[in-house]
Structures are given as structure tokens and as C-alpha cells.
Ligand binder design. Structure first.
Ligand code: DOR
Ligand code: ZN
Length: 341
């Protein structure tokens, strides 16, 4: 195969940040994707509809073709009334649950899911999706076991209590999560990042630590990577594209306490194509990237297409990022597929 034309993909999990760097992140995303689900973990976080509307205006001011779908950041104090307001705005499409302390800018997240039962009940009533960062935060739980711990202690009981809740288990990293989602109702789906399909913890740690492969949830062992590859290759409609592209400047990554997050937006669809080709599933890329997401969210599929051509090219070794520099995921590596402009 020399060329692959697919319906334009969407990115169902994306961090664009704010301020000057939007001139980098928004066009990079718009060059490939139609829509993106915009994560709310800014400083301060986007905790109400008013803030989401203002953030969307700053994204729209970039004058790109990207359609941003906004989210709210749940705190212990998010009320059912605020959920109703968000839903009525037509701008906020989902809400994000960060367990407090789980990841970047999650300090204001939820300390105990019971605190937000009224908000979750309202989500279930409205059919508005809950997006979850699925990791427990207890200091005694090993970082590689935190996703499984979340399923057992929080997600399974939550979905049992609210069987009508629409829920996306974001950036899954384990066989446990893939199996949990596959076995759950059709209201439960998952996003999968390029890094969790392409790499495992050996890539992160063997022969020296690679800070640009460090993200949360952290890369797991190769058997989990293979389980994710299998999940996206099956014909299940529950798994779809969410890059979790999460930019941090080079200095914040290459540091004694490096930030979590991989900046994949500039070559996202090509990285996924590389991954899918490696496990012989290129014919499943379109469903994963362009069909399953909008179908789950009850939105129309994009009406235009993109074309990937089989030719070698190199991901840039660095890019400008406001006044700083950013190292994209796969910097300097050669990819086999290039999206035509
Ligand atoms: O690696 C990550 N980076 N994981 C997250 O959950 C948050 C993100 C960020 O915002 O930097
Ligand atoms: Zn994220």
C-alpha cells in the first residue's frame, strides 16, 4: 500500500495549554485533526462554564480550523447545578475527573469520589460523558499498579452505582484497563495514546532515562503494550484516538524533576500509522482515528478526508514553543507515513 485516505480524524484527549504557546499547539493540531477534546488542567483549572467559555474564546482567537470541544475540571465542590449549566452552554461536552495529586495540575482535583456523587448523578441523567484519569494516588501504591488499583477501587464501583453513566477511561495503559473496557457496557469507552502503542517502559528506562517518553500514566511493560495493540486492532468500537499530547518546554522535561507529558501533536496521525503498521492493523486505523470517537460522543463524523502517503521523513528534533523550545515525541526519528498537506 502506498497511500491511505481516511475520514479526517479527531483528537479526543488533548492539552493545548494557554497564552503564547497556543500559537504552536493550536495550528499543530489543526493541521491534522478536525475536532479536539480540550483538557481543563490549566493554572488555574477550568472549573466552571464561565471559564470554559473564556478559554474557548482564546482558542478561537487563533483563527485555525480546529473545533475545540471544551471540558470542565471536577473538584470536590462541583455541583449538579454547574453540570447543568455546562450542559446548557452547548460548549462544554464532557467533564474530567482528576484524582487529586494524580498528575500535572491535579492538586485541585477530587479527593474522594463520594464528594461528587450529585454531579455524577446529573451527568448520568444528561448523558454527558465523564472522562477519567484512572490512577489511584495513595503513596504506598506502586506507580505501575495505579491504573489497576483505580479500576478495582473506584471505577468498577462507580459504574455499578451509576449504570447509565457515559464514561471514557482516558489514555489506558494496561491489559487490565483494556479488558475492563471491553467487558463493560457500550456506555464505556477508552482513548489510547500513540506513546502507549509505540513504546513500553524499557524504551523509557533501558540505557538511560528518556525524559521525553515520560508521561502519566507511565509506560508499562511490553505485555501491556501488546494488549493495547490488540485492543485497537479488534473490531471493537470502544477504543479511539486520544493523543494526550501534553506539551512541556525542553527545560521542564530535561530536569532533576521532569514534567510528565509527550508532545505528539505535530506528527500524531503519522505516529499512529507507524504503530498500526507495526502490528499489521493499518486497515483498522480509520475506525480508531475517525469513526469510533464521534460515534461514541453522538457527533457527526468529519465530512472531509486526509491522505497519508508512504514515504520516509524525519520528525523535527525541536520546535519553538513560546520563548522556549519543545522536543516533540519521536524527535529525530524516521517515520514511514506522511500526511499530505
Ligand atoms: O503525562 C501527562 N501529562 N499526563 C497527564 O495526565 C497530564 C499531562 C499534562 O497536563 O502535562
Ligand atoms: Zn491528559
Amino acid at each position: 500500500m502506498h497511500s491511505l485516505t481516511i475520514i479526517r480524524p479527531d483528537d479526543w484527549h488533548l492539552h493545548l495549554r494557554d497564552g503564547a504557546v497556543l500559537a504552536r499547539t493550536v495550528p499543530d493540531t489543526a493541521s491534522q485533526f478536525g475536532r479536539a477534546m480540550i483538557m481543563p488542567n490549566l493554572t488555574p483549572p477550568i472549573v466552571d462554564t464561565r471559564m470554559a467559555v473564556a478559554y474557548k474564546a482564546r482558542l478561537d482567537a487563533q483563527k485555525s480550523s480546529l473545533i475545540p470541544l471544551m471540558t470542565l475540571y471536577l473538584t470536590d465542590h462541583t455541583s449538579a447545578l454547574e453540570i447543568q449549566r455546562a450542559f446548557d452552554s452547548g460548549i462544554v461536552k464532557a467533564v474530567k475527573l482528576y484524582p487529586a495529586g494524580a498528575t500535572t495540575n491535579s492538586a485541585a482535583g477530587v479527593t474522594n469520589i463520594e464528594h461528587i456523587y450529585p454531579a455524577i448523578e446529573k451527568l448520568a441523567e444528561l448523558g454527558m460523558p465523564l472522562l477519567v484519569h484512572g490512577e489511584v494516588t495513595d503513596s504506598h501504591v506502586d506507580i505501575f499498579d495505579r491504573e489497576k488499583g483505580f479500576i478495582d477501587q473506584h471505577l468498577a464501583p462507580l459504574l455499578h452505582r451509576f449504570p447509565n453513566l457515559k464514561c471514557v477511561f482516558e489514555h489506558i495503559t494496561t491489559d487490565d484497563a483494556a479488558q475492563f473496557v471491553a467487558g463493560a457496557s457500550d456506555l464505556v469507552a477508552a482513548t489510547v495514546t500513540p506513546q502507549h502503542l509505540l513504546y513500553n517502559r524499557n524504551d523509557l528506562l533501558v540505557g538511560g532515562v528518556k525524559p521525553h517518553l515520560y508521561c502519566l500514566p507511565v509506560l508499562k511493560r511490553n505485555t501491556h503494550q501488546q494488549a493495547l495493540q490488540t485492543a485497537v486492532s479488534n473490531d471493537s468500537k470502544k477504543f479511539f484516538l486520544g493523543t494526550d499530547s501534553a506539551p512541556h518546554a525542553q527545560g521542564a522535561k530535561e530536569s532533576a524533576c521532569g514534567c510528565a507529558g509527550c508532545y505528539s501533536s505535530p506528527a500524531a496521525i503519522e505516529l499512529y500509522a507507524q504503530a498500526f503498521e507495526s502490528f499489521d492493523a493499518l486497515d483498522k486505523l480509520e475506525a480508531f482515528a475517525s469513526l469510533n470517537g464521534p460515534d461514541f460522543y453522538g457527533l457527526a463524523r468529519n465530512s472531509d478526508t486526509i491522505t497519508l502517503t508512504r514515504r520516509s521523513w524525519q520528525i523535527p528534533s525541536s520546535l519553538s514553543f513560546g520563548d522556549e523550545v519543545i522536543i516533540p515525541l519521536g524527535a529525530g526519528e524516521t517515520l514511514n507515513w506522511k500526511m499530505e498537506a
